[in-house]
Design a protein around this ligand. Structure first.
Ligand SMILES: C[S@@+](CC[C@H](N)C(=O)[O-])C[C@H]1O[C@@H](n2cnc3c(N)ncnc32)[C@H](O)[C@@H]1O
Length: 269
């Protein structure tokens, strides 16, 4: 599975759903509760997980503009069944090139999930300025924060976690990525633009029974560690073998730190 493959997004979605911070979700819903209808732009929608997480909490008449640069993911996102009052449009766009196009037209809420850790500081700055210029609230879920707990522990875990956090900062198509610094950077930037913000944890809690997700994550981490040459091939392979043995023995669990953010313009809504 690759970083943004439909299979990977499908595997992680139940964990994302469980992880989304309920009080942030509640704050997003409460901010739009009095609207007769709402217009939402979801940036980097993937297969539409934010639509599925949020739609039932919003006023029934909804217009969703789902933006992604992957046509296969967009096709899946629009194939989801929705109530008649929920109108969903797929907009294929490269957000690095044409962020402004994604935000065109009247919008009541901008959402994203699992995107901010992939973007650069300058791109986040562009996003914050564009959203603030339109005085739109912004909900960003599931930004990785650099914290990982693996149990039971292995002597190489800390080296691998340091490697994935270094890999997180490499370019993912938007310039050098913010990685674990993304949520804090977003909060700081939106506050400086006159927004108030709430944040809450949305950690993945992955138990011994969740073997498929654990194996995918561990393989991805080993790949990332090798890509930046943080460990030798033999150390990486030995680490992965030991961790996979723990997974198949039903003895491994993981906690992967994420943060959800909701930023709202002060005094305009
Ligand atoms: C980690 S996935 C998150 C998908 C979805 N938001 C979710 O939470 O399941 C990142 C998404 O960003 C999209 N993406 C990456 N670079 C992009 C770009 N330059 N323009 C638009 N979308 C992009 C990918 O196609 C993918 O759907």
């Amino acid at each position: 599975m690759t970083g943004f493959s439909a299979d990977w997004l499908t595997l992680r979605e139940p964990f994302d759903m469980r992880a989304r911070n309920p009080s942030i979700l509640g704050a997003v819903a409460a901010s739009l509760a009095k609207y007769p209808s709402v217009r939402i732009v979801d940036l980097a929608c993937g297969t539409g997980s934010t639509l599925r997480a949020l739609s039932a909490r919003l006023p029934p008449r909804q217009y969703w503009k789902l933006v992604d640069n992957d046509l296969g993911l967009l096709a899946r996102a629009t194939a989801t069944n929705h109530p008649d009052d929920v109108v969903v449009n797929a907009v294929p766009l490269d957000l690095n090139r044409d962020l402004e196009g994604a935000l065109d037209g009247p919008v009541d809420l901008v959402t994203t999930s699992a995107l901010l850790d992939l973007v650069s500081g300058p791109w986040l700055e562009r996003l914050a300025v564009e959203i603030a210029a339109r005085a739109i609230p912004f909900y960003a879920a599931l930004s990785y924060d650099g914290t990982v707990d693996l149990a039971p522990r292995d002597p190489l875990d800390a080296t691998v976690v340091a490697a994935i956090n270094a890999h997180q900062r490499t370019d993912k198509g938007f310039g050098p990525a913010l990685g674990p610094a993304a949520a804090d950077a977003a909060i700081t930037r939106f506050q400086s633009l006159g927004y108030s913000s709430k944040q809450g944890r949305s950690d993945w809690v992955i138990g011994p029974q969740d073997q498929d997700l654990q194996n995918e994550i561990l393989a991805g981490w080993a790949h990332a560690a090798r890509e930046i040459d943080a460990l030798t091939l033999s150390d990486t392979a030995a680490w992965l073998t030991r961790r996979r043995d723990l997974v198949s023995g039903g003895r491994s669990s993981l906690r992967v730190g994420h943060v959800d953010v909701f930023a709202t313009p002060i005094g305009t809504r």
